[in-house]
Design a protein around this ligand. Structure first.
Ligand code: ATP
Length: 247
């Protein structure tokens, strides 16, 4: 189980998003999306390619401009927080395509995750905890990140986000490009994170993974949330089974 020895002051606060909108020129990619993640809850966003899932996460991180909408962690307004400062407010991010630094050693990549909290974070046990969770990263710690397999790079991207001891982690399609066996490993990792009481917001095209890892999901189509509910109910819904599970 992943430990969080130093509770962040932001722990046990709900993350609330209201009426988020994203526009790229004339394209409205996200239309009035509202969602919430309770402390320790894992929430999924599923939807086809182009539905607006990545734009939603990127806008929540401040990586693309928001045309409208509010973001709060408890009472704190995160709407004006710059992307580079989100991590200091307890928001971790695992981007689509991992974005590790291929030429840097694995350990340096992990330490970069702690940078925003000051390098001393590595000394307070976060690095050891990440290595405990992902022994393969410890074995490979001196190797360049580019030498890792896709699954290992995904572990590295998740481990890097954990280095800052976040309250909530936003994950963008961690299954992308991975074999079914590795997707199962990612599911195990997400379930362990969930068991450690970390809050998760998981964007996935792989609905099976999202359903396995979360308790509640939103379905996006054309930038809008078209359905939402308990994972078990959505999984049983004939429309979802047809459109997202190929059944
Ligand atoms: P994917 O699973 O492929 O990442 P997605 O559900 O995450 O899909 P987005 O990537 O958020 O969807 O894209 C939503 C819409 O916004 C799409 O129509 C896409 O073409 C458009 N879009 C995304 N990024 C840009 C951009 N930088 N400029 C213009 N349009 C964009």
């Amino acid at each position: 189980m992943i430990k969080h020895r130093t509770p962040a002051p932001t722990q046990a606060l709900a993350y609330t998003v209201e009426d988020l909108c994203v526009r790229y020129g004339g394209v409205q990619a996200v239309r009035s999306v509202s969602l919430s993640v309770a402390p320790g809850e894992a929430v999924g966003i599923i939807g086809a390619n182009g539905a607006g899932k990545t734009s939603t996460l990127r806008a929540l991180m401040g990586l693309v401009p928001r045309a409208a909408g509010s973001i709060r962690l408890g009472e704190r307004d995160l709407g004006k927080v710059a992307a580079r400062d989100m991590v200091r407010h307890g928001i971790g991010y695992v981007p689509e395509g991992r974005h590790v630094f291929p030429g840097l050693p694995v350990e340096k990549n992990l330490l970069l995750g702690a940078y925003s909290r000051g390098w001393r974070t590595a000394g307070d046990g976060a690095l050891g905890e990440v290595y405990e969770q992902f022994p393969v990263l410890h074995q490979m710690r001196s190797r360049p990140a580019g030498a890792l397999s896709g699954g290992q790079q995904q572990m590295l991207a998740i481990g890097r986000a954990l280095m800052a001891r976040p309250t909530l982690v936003l994950l963008d399609e961690p299954s992308m490009g991975l074999s079914p066996k590795l997707v199962d490993e990612i599911l195990d990792i997400l379930l362990r994170l969930r068991a450690s009481k970390l809050s998760l917001l998981l964007v996935e095209q792989n609905a099976e993974l999202a359903f396995g890892a979360t308790g509640r999901c939103l379905v996006m189509e054309n930038g809008e949330v078209v359905m939402q509910g308990a994972t078990a109910e959505l999984r049983a819904d004939p429309r979802v089974r047809r459109s997202y599970l190929g059944l």
